[in-house]
Design a protein. Structure first.
Length: 136
């Protein structure tokens, strides 16, 4: 479920985000799922290098630190209705854990809370979203 090939992550979480990550969410069958597990599943979808996202009808080029996603796919995998998925993604966005961009072609998320990650063979990689924020 968690990204493979990663030696370490560096994050910046708000107090509110940290409290949420330590909590749980209930799926449609009444089972509790750790919020950190849900966030980790989203991170596992993240591209570690620039390239084409696989597993979608309309794959697109992603930058390192971005993930293509589908609310329908998340709904099926997490056993939650699409409206709940949309509300969860809005909650994550409101806490600064993710940022989403939806279009007719694809939905892409980035992780503004992610400062950098380290890959054993490539060393440290600064999250692209941090550079974009600093340039503004």
């Amino acid at each position: 479920m968690y990204p493979s090939g990663i030696a370490s992550f560096s994050f910046s979480f708000s107090d509110h985000a940290m409290q949420w990550l330590c909590g749980t969410t209930t799926d449609d069958n009444g089972r509790e799922i750790g919020n950190f597990a849900l966030f980790g599943d989203l991170l596992a979808r993240m591209a570690l290098t620039d390239g084409v996202a696989n597993g979608f009808h309309r794959p697109l080029m992603l930058s390192a630190g971005q993930a293509q996603y589908s609310e329908e796919q998340l709904s099926s995998q997490w056993n939650m209705g699409r409206k709940r998925i949309r509300n969860l993604l809005a909650t994550l966005t409101g806490m600064g854990l993710i940022d989403t961009c939806r279009s007719r072609v694809a939905s892409v998320m980035s992780f503004p809370c992610l400062l950098q990650w380290e890959i054993a063979e490539n060393g440290r990689i600064a999250a692209p979203s941090i550079h974009e924020q600093r340039e503004e």
